[in-house]
Design a protein around this ligand. Structure first.
Ligand SMILES: NC(=O)c1ccc[n+]([C@@H]2O[C@H](COP(=O)([O-])OP(=O)(O)OC[C@H]3O[C@@H](n4cnc5c(N)ncnc54)[C@H](O)[C@@H]3O)[C@@H](O)[C@H]2O)c1
Length: 452
């Protein structure tokens, strides 16, 4: 069978799978023509960017928000006023005020955009409160046990937990997914990606301005400096794997005919964060005494059941321009995003890179073709529109979300597994199968149509 026909067959089977399962997931949600009522927990910088997109939509009403910071709540309320929308119910006051939002009957689904350590407890409480659609910002939990707890709770309750992994919707990434599905690169052999982003000016600030404003963190920091930096003090592993692994996992059909089976991680020494503090705050600044545990570059190798290898890198403490460093390589050719290049044997000139632009344009994903205007102005080059769109459309249609709890768990569990590997002297550690064997028969339903 040709690759093209195989692709069409897979897509049809996948669409059928969605249609069949939709009725069994119908819960007490409202009619499809009514607005989806959303509660947002965490209205910090990311929560506000989700709010911006939710407030633009005619099919959504944000009925409740929750945060513990007056400053963040004030900014969020201003967004409602600017959008000409009614103010939502506000839950605040204590770090568990979100539980009151969860029992608010005026909510169909929630979006969580709080610090990582809050995601698993908030998801579990949401499931206990009977909420069936939970969109959580990236990182599902801290420990491996957190990941299992969420998977089991979602399975038992029939709840849909979607990690809002926006990079899966990046335009070039989706075009490459399209190329892979059409067999352009042949059989996929090796994939690379990562989170390679100089975050020094995010991990530290002056407690007022979020970026590049000082060397404080923790109680004296603002936004991510208030909580993210502490993970670099106490943990050593790939702390932020999902932007790199999400798109790769979808290309490699992970949890859908394939799965991660083992990984090993290697860390460099830690220098970047200390050097930044000394450079910007002087060697006598109290934070110059802090020992950061996180290696500046953490490299993780993953082996997949179908024989592919994956190389992931976490690189957030050193000077460098941003790049997720994608590489998708098969038996017939490859794409590399750093040099924006494609090579396809028999089409490209031998041993010469093609500029990727014409390939990416030719294979532009149907989703992007259809929704370009709506994505205009949305965060991260438009991809943020698609991830919220997919979540809301799933709630409206009462169907499983295109990225589900097994994806969230497999992608995010790389963090505790890489910590364990490093702790054990770069040992190869086994990857748990969160699907409990279902990966063998599940079809890849991600982005198989132009709808969401
Ligand atoms: N996908 C992306 O591109 C992207 C970009 C930025 C951030 N993120 C993710 O979004 C999440 C939030 O990051 P951020 O940049 O908005 O951080 P932030 O610090 O700006 O916002 C977090 C908010 O959560 C609030 N909060 C903390 N504890 C709470 C509690 N118990 N109850 C209610 N609110 C609480 C804080 O007051 C703060 O307003 C993180 O998971 C981060 O990794 C993703």
């Amino acid at each position: 069978m040709s690759n093209r026909r195989q692709f069409i067959r897979n897509v049809s089977a996948a669409s059928a799978a969605v249609a069949i399962s939709s009725s069994s997931f119908a819960r007490n949600l409202r009619r499809a023509d009514e607005k989806v009522r959303i509660g947002v927990i965490g209205t910090g910088l990311r929560g506000q960017s989700h709010l911006e997109l939710l407030l633009r939509r005619k099919d959504v009403e944000v009925t409740a928000i929750c945060d513990i910071s007056d400053r963040m709540l004030t900014s969020a309320k201003q967004q409602f006023t600017r959008a000409g929308k009614a103010l939502p119910k506000i839950y605040t006051g204590t770090s568990t005020a979100y539980k009151n939002l969860l029992s608010d009957k005026n909510i169909d689904a929630i979006v969580i955009a709080t610090p990582w350590e809050w995601h698993a407890p908030m998801i579990l409480d949401a499931i206990r409160a009977g909420i069936k659609y939970i969109g959580t910002e990236v990182i599902l939990g801290i420990t491996l046990e957190d990941h299992w707890d969420v998977v089991k709770a979602a399975d038992n309750a029939g709840a849909h937990v979607m990690m809002l992994e926006n990079v899966c919707y990046r335009r070039d990434v989706m075009a490459v997914l399209n190329m892979v599905r059409q067999g352009i690169f042949g059989e996929i052999m090796h994939l690379q990606g990562g989170y390679q982003h100089d975050l020094r000016g995010v991990k530290f600030n002056d407690g007022v301005k979020p970026y590049n404003s000082g060397v404080e963190f923790g109680e004296k920091g603002f936004s991510e400096a208030a909580w993210r930096t502490n993970h670099s003090v106490h943990r050593n592993g790939d702390l932020y794997p999902t932007h790199g692994i999400g798109p790769i996992a979808m290309i490699a059909d992970i949890n859908r005919g394939n799965r991660f089976i083992s990984l090993s991680s290697f860390d460099t020494k830690a220098r970047g964060l200390h050097n930044y503090i000394v450079k910007k705050g002087g060697e006598n600044h109290p934070n110059a005494k802090v020992n950061f545990k996180l290696g500046d570059i953490v490299t993780t190798h993953i082996k997949c059941a179908n024989g592919e290898t994956i190389l992931l890198q976490h690189d957030t403490n050193l000077p460098r321009p941003y790049s997720l460093g994608f590489r998708v390589q098969g038996t017939s050719g490859l794409w590399m995003d750093v040099n924006n290049s494609v090579y396809v044997e028999g089409i490209s000139k031998e041993h010469q890179w093609d500029n990727a632009a014409s390939w990416l344009e030719k294979y532009d994903h149907p989703l992007w073709k259809r929704w370009t205007a709506e994505a205009e102005g949305a965060g991260h080059g438009g991809m943020d529109f698609f991830v919220i769109h997919a979540f809301i459309e799933s709630v409206k249609r009462k169907v499983p979300t295109p990225m589900d709890v097994y994806d969230a768990a497999a992608w995010s569990a790389i963090t505790p597994l890489s910590e364990k590997s490093i702790e054990l002297g770069n040992a190869t550690v086994e990857f748990p199968d969160f699907t409990s064997g279902k990966w063998m028969n599940r079809k890849n339903t991600f982005a198989v149509t132009d709808e969401f």
